[in-house]
Ligand binder design. Structure first.
Ligand code: GLY
Ligand code: MN
Ligand code: MN
Length: 418
């Protein structure tokens, strides 16, 4: 409310219930911004911030109690629950929003609302504003201006508070357990989906769920960036690339490990693995307050390029190879992304055209990789090796804090766990 000011009002609808097919609903997941502001977990709700309003600044429109519906779907907070349990200053039935909300908007010159992200709600906002503009012509009042609420919230969410950091640590810890379980379980003859089942079991046992569709990629499947079929058998000598994270209490984790299903890396697998690991360590070392967003990526690119040259897969001077982006056929994704309520969390990577400067409280992933597809130009022993190592890092005022550090990462530690 301080950020939007007393001339403004902010309006944010809850996520709608979405259908999977026919009348079957997806599990309900509250909109991340709505959760961030309210913690209110139900659909058919609207949060309103009206700074300075004497009768109450923080309002929730919510579903009223309904004995029959609650018998089918479970309890609702109702208007009194919205005040008592979710700290709204005042709450109204969602059915009354047409009568109440235009009156709240009337005296405000700016409306903070994310037009275009709530397709069902946009026309209602427009109809309320148009209604007010019709009146204001007669009463000669100023026109109202729309401002994108998500810009304000994206920026706030980039800086994780202490309780948010604790939630991220918990989600990370659960995912660490799932990866350990998968590394111990995988072996030649088992199916990728069986490994996924182990991961899911660990998540659900801790009241967590998937934060994205996991990638369980044995052998050549690891070179498919968004492999999600997860239906192939693991073979002797394969590496398994497992990219899996959970959502716990709304906060996401995102970890990747790559390990040998037979228990030991081959010499060539290990040589590539060590390049990726060195790239990741160099990148993590750049996750420091005052550095800019792209420095970890630049560090990873340098180590990957040098490593590919050392393996004989690239030829030439490192500086030239980097300039020509010769590494792209092997490493064609960014080194990370913001992490928070969303796996690919909100927040701009550039500010005023320049890479964003890292500040304490920001959380990002560091996930370099090397993927070697078959090619006549590449010795056969390298074919179909795909390796990524992904961890989560918190920017602090001193050294980077790896939230997923507990999970085995060196070849020795992984072999010993396996
Ligand atoms: N698994 C999604 C990502 O690593 O970005
Ligand atoms: Mn990631
Ligand atoms: Mn990932």
């Amino acid at each position: 409310m301080h950020m939007i000011g007393r001339e403004a009002i902010a309006i944010l609808p809850a996520a709608p219930v979405r259908h999977r097919n026919g009348d079957i609903e997806y599990a309900y997941r509250q909109d991340s911004h709505f959760h961030y502001l309210s913690g209110f977990p139900e659909p058919d709700a609207v949060a309103v911030l009206a700074p300075g309003r004497p009768q109450g600044e923080y309002l929730l429109f919510v579903r009223e109690h309904d004995a029959l519906r609650e018998c089918w779907d479970g309890a609702r907070a109702g208007t009194e629950g919205a005040v008592e349990r979710y700290a709204a200053d005042d709450a109204f039935p969602i059915e009354d929003i047409d009568e109440i909300l235009p009156g709240l908007m009337e005296q405000r010159s700016q409306i903070f609302y994310s037009m275009g992200t709530h397709p069902d709600f946009d026309p209602r906002i427009l109809s309320w504003v148009n209604g007010l503009r019709g009146q204001s012509r007669q009463e000669a009042r100023g026109l109202q201006e729309f401002v994108a609420l998500n810009h304000v919230l994206d920026d706030m969410r980039l800086y994780k508070s202490r309780p948010e950091q604790a939630s991220l640590r918990r989600a990370a810890q659960i995912a660490v357990g799932a990866h350990r379980r998968a590394i111990r379980f995988a072996r030649p003859g088992r199916m990728e989906y069986e490994v996924m089942a182990e991961v899911l079991h660990e998540f659900r046992s801790h009241n967590a769920d998937l934060s994205y569709q996991p990638i369980v990629a044995g052998g050549a499947n690891a070179c498919v960036m968004h492999y999600r079929d997860n239906d192939q058998q693991l073979c002797e000598g394969d590496l398994l690339l497992l990219d899996a994270g959970c959502e716990h209490d709304y906060y996401a984790s995102d970890i990747t490990r790559t390990f040998p299903v037979s228990g030991k890396f081959t010499v060539v697998q290990r040589a590539v693995y060590e390049v990726v690991l060195e790239a990741q360590l160099a990148a993590i070392d750049k996750v420091r307050a005052g550095n800019h967003w792209n420095q970890p990526h630049e560090a990873a690119v340098r180590v990957v390029t040098q490593g590919l040259a050392k393996l004989g897969l690239l030829k030439g001077a490192t500086a030239k190879l980097i300039k020509e982006q010769a590494y792209l056929p092997f490493f064609n994704h960014r080194t990370g992304h913001w992490l928070g309520l969303d796996v690919h969390d909100v927040g701009d990577y550039k500010v005023g055209g320049e890479w964003r400067v890292l500040e304490p409280g920001m959380v990002l992933t560091v996930e370099p990789g090397i993927y070697i597809r078959p090619s006549t130009k590449i010795p056969k022993e390298f074919w179909n090796i795909g390796i990524r190592i992904e961890d989560e890092v918190l920017v602090t005022s001193s050294a980077p804090e790896v939230l997923t550090a507990a999970l085995e990462r060196t070849p020795e530690a992984i072999e010993s766990l396996r």
